[in-house]
Design a protein around this ligand. Structure first.
Ligand code: GLN
Length: 195
C-alpha cells in the first residue's frame, strides 16, 4: 500500500465503478467494499448513486447495515451521492414501505423530488468551498434536502433555494453525481480530510 489514504466505495449496487475511477484518476487508492470486515481496511467510504431502497435491502441482507451505522457513529468519513445521500439521512420522505436509512446526517431528504417532468437534468452550481469554476452537476431522479438540523452546513443550493449539498462533521452528501460529469473536486475535497 502507498502512504496515502485508502477510500472504500460501497459496491452493493449503483455506480460504484465511476467513483473508483475518479479516485484512481486523482492518484488516490480506492477499492470496492462489500463485506463488513472491509470497513476496517479503509480510511473513508463513498456510498454511490443507485437505488436507495435496493441498497438498503442489500446492506441489511449482507450484514453491512449495522457495522456501517457503527462506523459512521465512530467517525468514519462518508460521502454519499444521490442514493448515497438518502442512505446517510436521518429522515427519508417518500421512502418505499419498510425502507430504512443508515442515518447520521441530521437532515430530511425527499426521494425523487423533481418528479417525472424533470427526472434528470444538469446544471452549474456555485460551491464556495470548492472555488471557481462552478460545479457541473448531474441530477438523476435526485433527492432534495428539505430540512437541515443546526449542526449541518449547507454547501450548495439551487437558484430557488432548494438544498443539494450538505456537510456535517464526518459526513458529506450531494443530491447530484459529480462522478459522471468529469468533476473531481468533491472527491479531492473528501480525500483531503482523510488520514
Ligand atoms: N431515486 C433514487 C433513490 O431513491 C436515487 C437516484 C440516484 O442515485 N441517481 O434511491
Amino acid at each position: 500500500m502507498g502512504a496515502g489514504p485508502t477510500v472504500g466505495v460501497l459496491a452493493l449496487q449503483g455506480d460504484f465503478r465511476e467513483h473508483i475511477a475518479v479516485f484512481s484518476g486523482l492518484g488516490i487508492a480506492a477499492r470496492p467494499v462489500r463485506r463488513a470486515e472491509e470497513l476496517d481496511e479503509i480510511d473513508g467510504l463513498v456510498i454511490p448513486g443507485g437505488e436507495s431502497s435496493v441498497m438498503d435491502k442489500l446492506s441489511r441482507t449482507f450484514g453491512l447495515a449495522e457495522p456501517l451505522k457503527a462506523a459512521i457513529a465512530d467517525g468514519l468519513p462518508v460521502y454519499g451521492t444521490c442514493a448515497g445521500l438518502i442512505m446517510l439521512s436521518d429522515t427519508v420522505l417518500d421512502a418505499i414501505e419498510g425502507q430504512q436509512s443508515l442515518g447520521g446526517l441530521d437532515v430530511a431528504v425527499r426521494r425523487n423530488a423533481f418528479g417525472n417532468q424533470l427526472d434528470s437534468f444538469e446544471t452549474d452550481l456555485d460551491i464556495p468551498e470548492l472555488g471557481a469554476p462552478p460545479v457541473h452537476a448531474a441530477f438523476i431522479r435526485a433527492p432534495i434536502v428539505e430540512s437541515v438540523g443546526e449542526s449541518v452546513k449547507v454547501l450548495s443550493a439551487l437558484d430557488d433555494g432548494r438544498v443539494v449539498a450538505v456537510e456535517q462533521g464526518n459526513l458529506l452528501g450531494t443530491s447530484f453525481h459529480p462522478e459522471i460529469t468529469g468533476e473531481t473536486r468533491f472527491h479531492s475535497y473528501f480525500a483531503s480530510h482523510l488520514s
